[in-house]
Ligand binder design. Structure first.
Ligand SMILES: Nc1ncnc2c1ncn2[C@@H]1O[C@H](COP(=O)(O)OP(=O)(O)OP(=O)(O)O)[C@@H](O)[C@H]1O
Ligand SMILES: [Mg+2]
Length: 576
């Protein structure tokens, strides 16, 4: 095994440790099961020599009893070797799934910019199952059949050491072949897992965007894309099958050749009268019994290597560093003074900086609006406040301290965000508004009332308990946005970030909600991004962005008087 496979294996064993008691009972079962194989070979000698050579009359009843006894024992071993490792395997899957999901929850936002959701999902579902198979079925086979072979060889050695040693020379040859097969298996397994990730990814994208696919008539394009990934998946599987199919016969033929030599020598000894019929038959029986476990051992290499490859990809996720925990400066409820001091920012993995030295400050309770062309960096600015990303230069300051000084969860507790793309969870409207925030029904309803959510839920038979469908698909864009606003209202944080929060609402509704938002903004610091300039007129200050720079600042009136970019933008919208 190469070093990193060995490391992965060791690490997997770490997951086994808490369940080692259960696992050892399983190994006991495997040992019993294995011992009955050698017991079976011994039984043949006992029966043949007792009956035909010694002509012992007790054999008549000893044999049936011994037979039943042997199988009761074997049955017990069989149960233990199935149940106990199964138990351990499911525990490991649960632990791994929990750890992966927990890591997904805590990885930095930038991680998800680069990774496809489908691939991440497939790690959680498909790869963990493969680890389960490796740690249960495969380990069982591995331990039990190794023990069986050891048991049988010991018995063979006891019967006839010379013949046994001769028959063992094929061992190293088989070992070399198995090693080679293992490497191939691991390689193909990795490919299969990667391609499973692709299958999930492409399917997920198509399933999630049925409208886009249809209106652009992209079915054929998507089908072609999907065909590529499933073809790649099929090919990788076939390579694995080929190796799997070939490995067995090769090993068996080598084993049979060895057996032939031994058979020849044993026959010579038997003819010379050096072996009894019982010994001879028992020896051959034991030798034949070795081929079964040997075949399973060769076959188990596949799933075992698949499991290791799967575990490796899982550990890759687990080893990705989570978001920084932040500093230790305690913060109860912030006053809400926000300052950006010469903030520079470049997205990870991108050469061009997006923000070039942004500086502005917001006193507690003030509203600052950010306007500017699409792509000018407005969302990027506000994303730095909850530390979705960290500045690459300068600092973002809350209440006089760098945001990085506070514990990250406490920092985020100071702000609510209503963003451009509202994400709802497949749950009731009520829980989507509360969203993990402990709130009474009255509070939820009050928030729903203010955000004009009740207006449309009153028409629904289940009201606030209506389930919104996957990502809120059963609601209109504006309805989703109203729920997001209600969510922000309920949280009642000192800082509020509105990134195009009302873009999906019609003018009339926007005006109504604006009143609510105005009330809401009253005693809290608000950063508001809006394309529709009518919504930002009342802001204390307006920043006009262009190409990652603040090009103008001032109140609505000041900016109009200045007759610069803002005035141009404003007149353009006004004339529409
Ligand atoms: N996750 C990301 N990784 C790399 N680049 C990004 C990422 N998000 C945004 N960008 C780039 O940063 C620039 C600013 O994007 P940003 O989302 O801040 O613009 P915006 O002003 O909010 O635009 P809009 O009005 O369209 O929402 C864009 O050029 C965009 O391509
Ligand atoms: Mg934006």
């Amino acid at each position: 095994m190469p070093a990193n496979a060995l490391q992965t294996y060791r690490r997997l064993l770490g997951y086994l440790r808490p369940h080692r008691g259960m696992f050892m009972v399983g190994v006991l079962g495997m040992t019993i099961f294995a011992a009955t194989d050698a017991g079976w070979a011994a039984f043949v000698k006992f029966f043949l020599d007792g009956t035909f050579v010694d002509k012992d009359p007790r054999m008549v009843w000893l044999v049936p009893f011994a037979l039943v006894g042997l199988f009761v024992l074997r049955g017990l071993g069989d149960f233990l070797q199935t149940y106990c490792p199964g138990f351990v395997g499911r525990q490991i899957v649960k632990t791994l799934r929990g750890e992966i999901f927990d890591r997904y929850l805590h990885l930095p936002v930038a991680f998800f910019d680069r990774q496809s959701a489908g691939v991440l999902l497939s790690r959680l579902t498909y790869n963990t199952e493969q680890v389960a198979t490796a740690t249960t079925d495969s380990i069982t086979v591995f331990i039990r059949d190794t023990l069986t072979i050891i048991g049988l060889i010991s018995y063979l050695l006891y019967l006839n050491p010379k013949l046994t040693l001769i028959s063992l020379v094929v061992g190293p040859l088989i070992a070399v072949i198995i090693r080679r097969i293992n490497t191939l298996f691991r390689r193909y397994s990795k490919r299969i897992q990667a391609s499973m990730g692709d299958v999930t990814r492409v399917a997920k994208e198509a399933i999630e965007a049925p409208r886009v696919v249809r209106v652009f008539n992209a079915q054929q394009f998507q089908a072609g894309l999907f065909d590529q990934v499933i073809e790649h998946n099929r090919r990788s599987h076939m390579k694995l099958m080929f190796t799997k199919g070939l490995s067995n016969p090769v090993v068996q033929v080598i084993a049979a050749s060895g057996l032939a030599v031994v058979l020849y020598l044993a026959t010579v000894e038997a003819i010379k009268g050096q072996m009894s019929v019982g010994e001879f038959t028992s020896f051959i029986a034991a030798l034949m019994l070795i081929t079964g476990p040997l075949r399973r051992l060769v076959n188990v290499a596949g799933p075992l290597q698949q499991g290791i490859a799967a575990a490796q990809s899982i550990f890759d996720v687990l080893d990705t560093p989570p978001e920084p925990a932040g500093g230790t400066v305690p913060i109860g409820r912030a006053r809400g003074e926000v300052e950006y001091r010469d903030v520079r920012f470049t997205y990870p993995g991108v050469m061009e900086p997006v923000l070039h030295g942004i500086g502005f400050s917001v006193r507690a309770g003030e509203t600052v609006a950010i306007v500017g062309r699409s792509g000018s960096g407005k969302s990027t600015i506000v994303n730095l406040l909850p530390r979705f990303y960290d500045v690459t230069g300068g600092s973002v300051i809350l209440d006089g301290r760098d945001v990085r000084d506070y514990p990250i969860d406490r920092l985020r507790a100071q702000m609510s965000l209503v963003s451009q793309d509202v994400v709802l969870f497949n749950d009731t409207i009520r829980s989507n508004i509360a969203f993990g925030h402990p709130a009474s029904n009255e509070e939820i309803e009050a928030a729903a009332q203010s955000a004009r959510v009740l207006e449309f839920t009153e028409q629904m038979p289940q009201g606030l308990d209506t389930v919104v469908g996957d990502r809120g698909a059963l609601l209109s864009g504006g309805q989703r946005q109203r729920i997001a606003i209600a969510r922000a209202l309920l949280r009642n944080t000192p800082v509020l970030i509105l990134d195009e929060a009302t873009s999906a609402l019609d003018t009339e509704l926007e005006r109504q909600i604006q009143e609510q938002l105005d009330a809401l903004m009253q005693n809290r610091t608000t950063l508001v991004i809006a394309h529709r300039l009518s919504t930002v007129e009342k802001a204390d200050r307006i920043l006009v962005m262009d190409g990652g720079r603040v090009v103008e600042t001032g109140s609505h009136a000041e900016l109009l008087a200045k007759n610069g970019q803002y005035a141009v933008l404003y007149r353009m919208q006004f004339n529409e």
